[in-house]
Design a protein around this ligand. Structure first.
Ligand code: G4P
Length: 526
């Protein structure tokens, strides 16, 4: 099998958005347009039952229907697309950020009535850090929203991102008639019913010939807007897009299927194929390389005591993955046989025989793997790790039975390696009284359940009022300055790097203004 050819046709991406912008709906519509499913509607039934409080329940549901899977693979126009789920509502966690370490492009979904919202901003910052090519989709045009030009300004100003519309909306709300392809100057007018269960019908008509169909007033208004956009003059270039410097913009209504096809086509034709990856020694591993390599970006445990398995999600970087192959873990040189690997097709999870760069494989993990581990077919390889992201929730552990201290320590260490939570220590109080940090509250639930089931330890978590964690960069004097103040504990992370916890942004800014040589990082410096 030609590895380079298979790699080149892969498109691995995730959708970033604020809750309720329409991610679930868009996901389903991408599947609908690719032909992977024929009738939309399963999402709704899933949502109705969606009271997830733990990843175990999530996992149980994944055994059920399509769209709940963490990874969906589907084909479109000769490309193999891998769509990775970025959990959003109650299941938002550090995993959501880590998934972005495993994709080559992102779709930024924005509700056009709301503009850039808080969660989108955060997720976009992670994309920027990785210089990920990002495509913007303005959703819910079937409702009334912001003026399209203002909306583009909002994205540019809030995110500091150059945007170039690829098409332009014709009206909005009940008047939403379609979009104009700004390259070909053809209108794509939507027809038919608006219930969205099957692909929408549309027709392409040269813009100049649309006056009668959409009315003179709307035609004039849209023509004027398009002129303004053209005057702004930013051109789309593949290079700027692939470097993450420019975001092409599409408009539509995921619910009604309007505008979904141009987005899917663009992803297929222009989104980034699998990229190379650097090892910590600085070697560049190309996807087309013969030697198999991959890395672990997510570990999900099944907390049902009857099925106590763990699945490690591996992104293939180079070479061809084969079922039952043996690999070497870069961190410690241990060998591991990858039996019963899973792939995630649109309809179901199934055993996978082969996978190529860009693909995601679910591996049964006997407890040997950690987030960020590199696996390779030959020799020891270590890619740059996956950084940790600033937690937003903090707690201390209260042990119900003090005789279980050993089990607790073992559990916390293992679970932090799996990325369930982050552990911090006070430098003077040592390792016996750790602080725990999580990006989403769900992570604490998972921690408690797993400590109980796997380590037989019952704990109470005492929540702390900190809201921010920042990695500290500075001199000894900086650290002394910080430690002398009482508003921030300066802790140490797993690598003994100083981390500051704070209750308010104000006190972080005060420190930045006053502490000598201080820099603060929201992402762990690797
Ligand atoms: P999420 O995964 O990003 O949280 O969003 P989701 O797809 O669940 O969509 C959130 C709500 O927005 C849903 O409404 C959904 O129907 C609606 N929605 C998604 N896309 C569009 C669109 O293009 N236009 C309009 N008008 N609405 C859209 P809901 O009331 O929460 O649920 P439902 O009863 O409508 O399913």
């Amino acid at each position: 099998m030609d590895i380079a050819k298979e790699a080149k046709r892969r498109r691995t991406f995730g959708i970033i958005s604020h809750p309720d912008a329409g991610k679930t709906t868009l996901t389903e519509k991408l599947l609908l347009y690719s032909g992977a499913i024929h009738m939309a509607g399963s999402v709704k039934s899933r949502k109705a039952n969606n009271h997830a409080v733990s990843d175990w329940m999530e996992m149980e549901k994944q055994r059920g229907i399509s769209v709940t899977s963490s990874v969906l693979q589907f084909e479109y126009l000769g490309a193999a697309l891998n769509l990775l789920d970025t959990p959003g509502h109650a299941d938002f966690s550090e995993d959501t950020y880590r998934v972005l370490a495993a994709v080559d492009s992102a779709v930024m979904l924005i509700d056009h009535a709301k503009g850039v919202e808080a969660r989108t901003l955060k997720l976009f910052e992670v994309c920027r850090l990785r210089e990920l090519p990002t495509v913007t989709f303005m959703n819910k045009l079937d409702r009334f929203g912001m003026d399209p030009l203002e909306l583009l300004d909002d994205v540019t100003n809030t995110l500091g991102l150059k945007v170039v519309p690829m098409n332009w909306p014709i009206g909005m709300g009940k008047e939403f008639k379609g979009v104009v392809d700004l390259r070909s100057k053809e209108a794509i007018l939507f027809e038919g019913e608006r219930h969205g269960a099957v692909a929408a019908k549309s027709k392409r008509i040269p813009w100049d010939e649309c006056i009668e169909l959409i009315g003179e007033e709307l035609h004039d208004q849209v023509s004027e807007e398009m002129e303004l956009v053209e005057m702004a003059g930013d051109e789309f270039t593949d290079k700027e897009f692939l470097d993450g410097k420019l975001s092409p913009v599409f408009w539509g209504s995921a619910m009604n299927n309007f505008g979904v096809e141009p987005l899917l086509r663009f992803l297929t034709e222009k989104a980034a194929p699998p990229s190379s990856r650097k090892t910590i020694e600085g070697d560049v591993i190309e996807p087309s390389e013969e030697r198999f390599s991959g890395f672990i970006f997510k570990i999900q445990a099944n907390m049902n005591p009857k099925h106590r398995d763990r699945i490690a999600f591996m992104r293939v970087v180079s070479g061809a993955f084969e079922r039952d192959m043996s690999v070497i873990i870069g961190r410690n040189g241990d060998k591991l046989k990858l039996a019963k690997p899973h792939s995630f097709m649109a309809q179901e999870r199934s055993i996978v025989d082969n996978a190529y760069p860009g693909d995601i494989v679910g591996l049964y993990d006997p407890g040997k793997l950690r987030i960020g581990d590199t696996l390779s077919g030959k020799g020891r390889l270590k890619f740059d790790g996956i950084p940790r992201f600033a937690p937003e929730h903090f707690s201390r552990v209260v042990l119900k039975d003090p005789l279980k201290k050993k089990q607790l320590d073992a559990g916390l260490t293992q679970l932090s390696h799996e990325g369930v939570i982050q552990i911090f220590y006070h430098p003077h109080r040592g390792r016996s009284e750790p602080y725990l940090g999580a990006v989403g509250m769900l992570q604490f639930e998972v921690l408690k359940e797993r400590l109980k089931n796997e380590y037989r330890v019952n704990v109470i978590l005492e929540m702390l009022s900190f809201q921010f964690a920042r990695w500290v960069e500075g001199t000894e004097e900086t650290i002394k300055w910080l430690e002398a103040r009482r508003d921030y504990p300066v802790l140490r992370d797993r690598n003994n790097q100083p981390v500051l916890l704070s209750e308010s942004l104000w006190s972080l800014n005060y420190a930045l203004d006053n502490a000598p040589d201080l820099k603060l990082h929201e992402v762990e410096p690797l």
